[in-house]
Design a protein around this ligand. Structure first.
Ligand code: CO
Length: 134
């Protein structure tokens, strides 16, 4: 059911530092930061050949990733996003297999303007999983 890896999201405590290490030490192609206030994040996209890395900095008081940073002050991997052909079908299949969909369970428009759902990390080896409609 899942297709390609779309992105891995990493929460960072210091975005400038994160940009510098990815650009200068790892030689990555790093985008300019983009604010997504509706998601409570400032994000930098790193384009790899086969996937993206997203560096996320919480913005705003009610950012959903602010708590993550409290628990992980150095930052850390936040979620993995897999592409699916049919999100509604994928959601049904996940639920039928006992996986929990976070929030209302209804797809939301994600950071790339496409519908997404998130699956509970406790059901998936301790990793928050995002499914994105291709
Ligand atoms: Co994501």
């Amino acid at each position: 059911m899942i297709g390609n890896l779309n992105h891995i999201a990493i929460v960072v405590a210091d975005l400038d530092k994160a940009i510098a290490v990815y650009r200068d030490a790892l030689g990555a192609k790093v985008s300019v930061p983009v604010d997504l206030p509706e998601h409570g994040v400032r994000v930098v996209f790193i384009e790899l050949i086969n996937a993206k890395i997203e560096l996320l900095l919480p913005i705003g008081m009610d950012s959903p990733i602010a708590k993550f940073l409290e628990h992980n002050p150095d930052g850390g991997m936040h979620h993995i996003c897999y592409e699916v052909e049919d999100l509604i079908d994928a959601k049904k299949k996940c639920i039928s297999q006992g996986l929990r969909v976070l929030g209302s369970g209804e797809p939301k428009i994600g950071a790339h303007g496409k519908p997404v759902i998130f699956l509970h990390p406790k059901d998936l080896c301790g990793t928050l999983i995002e499914l994105e409609q291709v």
